[in-house]
Design a protein around this ligand. Sequence first.
Ligand code: CDP
Length: 209
Amino acid sequence: MIIAVDGPAASGKGTLARRLAGHFGLPHLDTGLLYRATADGVLAAGGDPEDAAAAAAAAARVDPGRLDTARLKRDDIAQAASRVAALPAVRRALLDLQRAFAHQPGGAVLDGRDIATVIAPDADAKLFVTATPAVRATRRLNELQGQGRPAIYADVLRDLLARDARDSQRASAPLTAVETALILDTSSLNADEAFDRALAFVVCAQSSR
Ligand code: CDP
């Protein structure tokens, strides 16, 4: 079974995807880390995240088995990630490994922005996780402060809105919900409630396969 989980930043899609993967005993891929690793590669080499050739070369060097999640979750890397992610050459370079991960025997859970639209349009269950910008900014702020990183709400909200705009307005694989997805607005749901609703939907999709 393939489960596709898409949504904007700090919507709760990562937590939900991990819990679904644990529940069904499926492997999970946080595809955002691939774009973050690409951006990290460009920045570490002193390059410009909007230089398509440099970014595509960095994408080709991404090793999904060696991703330093703690480092890649940094906010400067997130902003650069949404810049490299707008480049078709980068998306092409990361396509095959994501499709192969999704279509491995037994299936998988993937979260990102284009799982249901591009990576696995044939997914058995598609979820689009969202929440209001204010709720998402508060979540991200708490996450950063919990990691001991000083952060200001207004800055977090501004960065998040900038990334939302880039991710949904780009020409290549923009963030959008497919018609058959469950739209899960987690603005007033805690992680357990979001999981329960998603699980009910996935079980239903699974039984009608
Ligand atoms: O964790 P968060 O939701 O903040 O971001 P992420 O999922 O790690 O993704 C970082 C950036 O990578 C996003 O802002 C997107 O621009 C890009 N991305 C994408 O274009 N397609 C994906 N499937 C996953 C991420």
